[in-house]
Ligand binder design. Structure first.
Ligand code: CS2
Length: 436
């Protein structure tokens, strides 16, 4: 009988295609039954309701195409999920799971917007609503009961995700209880990790579809042990931040650029978009000319090979990864995907024309109607603020929650305004073709 050793907050498709298969493989290879996973949904019951009838077993379907271009699929049944909680139904159960003596790791895939503090949670020790609220009050129970510390493992696409989580947890905890904050800072660990696997949203919640590619670089700093995820291809490293930077800038940075240009041009999926020669040339040049020079010397990775592999992953014809899906939550994604690169380039006096086109594509996308006149919703926690900005490029770039001080930087605003004007007047295709 497996035991719960990992409580996972935000059990969406990504965790079911990444952390869980790696954990199942580690448990099987090492004969360790104490790393079972208890999943937590922070908002909805739908995943729990879909999986409960199957005893929380589900299918992972890895899809790509063979050498002749024929789609193929490899199916695996994942069995390490032992149960699921739905936080709004029973917040107390979630707190007790974080505080259970057998829990050693609390892992998270709550997306970029899941890391914002909700100060109201300080006054809701029995029924917090935010991720940080559950962590702080759950850790308070552990501490009050004299239990061992745990590892808090962020598996989200944030820069320095462990360090970010640590500072957010400690900031909130300090307002509650200084001794608790001190215990967390001293005893609990927050490894940084780079996670990579493309996992499109699937309507059938009992089947998770993903690409075969899997990558995970995780800092080996665990307060109470960890499964041997290396049997599934994870790499335990001393410092994951360079790998996070590489992945966020190359994979996610390109992805978001493809998403906004693709939505506007009517290219519904990533493989459809990358099949457009002008877009593919743009994405390759974006990486080679503007992103890779900011990474050289920081990672021991062959960047040209990484880029070629990435283009192949984007071209995977069996995933149907929707550009609209990637386009959501732009305000939360863009700073770490593009703007860190922009800042690095400007600091070196280097050009940012292609990054500026990516930013312009997002601003253009915010009008909510594509080039064929099709309307779509802007799914973004800051949608209302963004809608109030109007259409002037300078005003849009002045939106500080996303652009910070870049809004005052003419070397940023001018090329963005130029590319935005081109998208508006000439459209995506002609703008891409006008690039060198
Ligand atoms: C994507 C990511 O939806 C998105 O924003 O860019 O989910 C991406 O597929 C993964 O990070 C790949 O590892």
């Amino acid at each position: 009988m497996a035991l719960v050793g990992i409580v996972h907050l935000g059990l969406g498709a990504f965790a079911r295609a990444h952390l869980l298969p790696a954990t199942a493989a580690a448990m099987a290879a090492r004969g360790e039954s104490h790393w079972g996973v208890l999943g937590v949904s922070l908002r909805h019951a739908e995943v729990r309701d879909a999986l409960a009838p199957h005893g929380f077993e589900y299918t992972l379907a890895l899809r790509d195409a063979d050498a002749s271009g024929q789609p193929r699929e490899q199916r695996e049944t994942i069995r390490c999920l032992l149960g699921m909680l739905v936080a709004p139904e029973d917040p107390r159960a979630v707190l007790e799971a974080v505080a259970a003596p057998a829990t050693r790791i609390v892992s998270l895939t709550v997306t970029e917007k899941g890391y914002h503090p909700d100060p109201a949670d300080l006054a809701r020790p029995e029924a917090p609503r935010s991720t940080l609220g559950f962590l702080v009050h759950g850790l308070a129970l552990r501490h009050a009961r004299g239990l061992a510390p745990v590892t808090l493992l962020s598996c989200d696409n944030l820069a320095s995700n462990g360090r970010t989580l640590r500072s957010r947890v400690l900031a909130l905890t300090s307002e509650l209880d200084a001794a608790l904050a001190e215990w967390i800072a001293r005893e609990c660990t927050f490894p940084n990790s780079m996670v990579d696997r493309i996992v499109p949203k699937n309507d059938d919640l009992a089947v998770v579809t993903a690409e075969p590619f899997f990558d995970w670089a995780v800092e080996d700093r665990f307060a109470a042990g960890r499964p041997d995820w290396s049997v599934h291809g994870a790499r335990f490293v001393a410092h994951a931040e360079p790998y996070e930077q590489l992945k966020l800038r190359m994979v996610n940075g390109s992805h978001s650029a493809i998403a906004y240009l693709g939505v506007m041009a009517g290219w519904a999926t990533v493989d459809r978009a990358i099949g457009e020669p002008a877009l593919r040339r743009f994405v390759e040049a974006l990486m080679r000319e503007e992103i890779e020079p900011t990474l050289a010397g920081r990672v021991d990775t062959d960047l040209a090979a990484y880029r070629a592999r990435l283009i192949e992953r984007f071209a995977n014809p069996a995933l149907a990864h929707r550009t609209r899906q990637i386009a959501m939550d732009g305000s939360q994604k863009i700073p770490q995907r593009w703007l860190a690169t922009v800042r690095d380039r400007l600091a070196r006096g280097a050009s940012i024309e292609r990054l500026a086109l990516a930013v312009a594509a997002w601003l253009h996308f915010l009008r909510g109607i594509d080039e064929a006149g099709q309307r779509y919703p802007i799914d973004d926690p800051l949608a209302a603020d963004l809608a109030a900005l109007g259409s002037d490029a300078g005003a849009l770039c002045g939106f500080a929650p996303v652009f910070g001080d870049l809004g005052h930087e003419p070397r940023f605003v001018a090329p963005v305004a130029r590319q935005l004007a081109s998208l508006r007047t000439r459209g995506v295709q002609a703008t891409l073709e006008a690039l060198p």
